[in-house]
Design a protein around this ligand. Structure first.
Ligand code: FES
Length: 178
C-alpha cells in the first residue's frame, strides 16, 4: 500500500483507496518522502511537496494526493483544496504542450475571453482539458501577475503579453502540425 513508506500516518488519514505503486511510481514516491522528511513532515510544507509531486509525476493523481495527506498528517480535503486552488497544479495528465490563458479581470476585459474561446474552438476541448492525442493542455489562470501586458497567455512556460486570438492560434497550430 502506498501509505507504508509515509511516516506514521494515522488510521483515519489512511483511506483504503491508496493503491500499490509500481516500481517506477515507488521511485518517484521516494522523492516525495525526501521532500517531506526535509520539512520534518510539517503540514506547512504542503505546497512544496505538491510541487515536488507535480515535478515527479507531471500531474497530481488521487493516490499521490492521498499519499501526501498521510505523510503530512493533513486531511485529504485540505490537500485537495490546495491542489485545486492553485492553477499551477494539475489533477489531470498534461499534454506535450501547455497553453495557459489568463482569465483574470484585466486580461478578460482586454480580450482574454476571446482568446480562450478561439482556443477551445480550435482544439475542441474546454479549459482544464488535454487534447485526446495528448498534444496540448489548455488551462485558465486567475491572474498571472502580468496585468500590465494584458491579455497574457503562457505558451509552454513563456509568458506572452498583449495577445490576440489569431496570434495565439498561429502558435498552437504550429504545435498541432508537429
Ligand atoms: S489579470 Fe491577467 S495577468 Fe493579471
Amino acid at each position: 500500500m502506498v501509505a507504508t513508506t509515509a511516516k506514521s500516518a494515522s488510521k483515519d488519514q489512511a483511506p483504503e483507496r491508496a493503491s500499490k505503486p509500481s516500481k517506477d511510481v515507488d521511485r518517484r514516491l521516494k522523492r516525495l518522502d525526501i521532500t517531506m522528511k526535509r520539512n520534518q513532515y510539517k503540514g506547512d510544507a504542503l505546497i512544496e511537496v505538491l510541487h515536488a509531486a507535480q515535478d515527479a509525476f507531471g500531474y497530481l493523481e488521487e493516490d499521490v494526493l492521498v499519499y501526501i495527506a498521510q505523510g503530512l498528517k493533513l486531511p485529504l480535503s485540505r490537500v485537495y483544496g490546495v491542489a485545486t486552488f492553485y492553477h499551477l497544479f494539475s489533477l489531470k495528465p498534461t499534454g506535450a504542450h501547455s497553453c495557459v490563458v489568463c482569465m483574470g479581470t484585466a486580461c478578460y476585459v482586454k480580450g482574454g475571453g476571446k482568446v480562450m474561446d478561439a482556443l477551445q474552438d480550435e482544439l475542441g476541448i474546454e479549459a482544464g482539458e488535454t487534447t485526446p492525442d495528448g498534444n496540448v493542455s489548455l488551462m485558465a489562470a486567475r491572474c498571472l501577475g502580468a496585468c500590465g501586458i494584458a491579455p497574457a497567455v503562457v505558451l509552454d512556460g513563456t509568458v506572452m503579453g498583449k495577445q490576440e486570438a489569431q496570434q495565439v492560434l498561429t502558435e498552437v497550430k504550429r504545435w498541432e502540425n508537429g
